[in-house]
Every structure is written in structure tokens, then in C-alpha cells.
Design a protein around this ligand. Sequence first.
Ligand code: FES
Length: 103
Amino acid sequence: MTRSWHSLAKVSDFNSAKSKYVDLGNKEIALFFVEGKFHATDNFCPHRGGPLFRGNIEPGPNIRCPLHGWNFDMKSGQSLNMPQATITTYPVEIRGEEVFVHI
Ligand code: FES
């Protein structure tokens, strides 16, 4: 599948929120805004499909799944407490007021 840039949000969407769920039909993305930077990952936890956009944002930045606590580095996608587990992460670019993600 060819990857391309998608506008998934506006920067202003993150004035009051730290995360956002985006459904692209064939893929669900979790967008995070942490310490002035955006990060994009798959929304589904590889354990049992927990919605990562609802997880706890922790220093790293990491995202902790809200269901059973698997913890993932938002930049690399590597789990910190389950070494065999990873999530896909995606490049993010800000263009004006739009948050673009390369999917
Ligand atoms: S579904 Fe994420 S840790 Fe279980």
C-alpha cells in the first residue's frame, strides 16, 4: 500500500485535549499532543485491542493502554513492559493549522 500524507486534525483541536481518535475507515489512529509535539500511533493495543487514545500519557512520552497497562514509546512504538509487543507509529508534520500524518 502506498503511503501518503493525510490531514487528520487542526492544531486548535488540542487546546483542551491531549489526544484525539481518528477513524480512516481502514485504519484507526491515535493522535497525541505532549510537551509541544504531536505523535501518531495505531489506536489498537496489540494485546486485546484497547483504545490507546484513551490511555494515560506518561513521561517519555509513552502511552499506557487503559485496559491492562501495556506501555508503549510513542516515538518508536516499542512496548516498555512487554518487549515482544510494538505498535506502528507515523510521521507527523504541522502545516499551518493542520496536523498531517504520513500513513
Ligand atoms: S488491551 Fe492493551 S494492555 Fe490489554
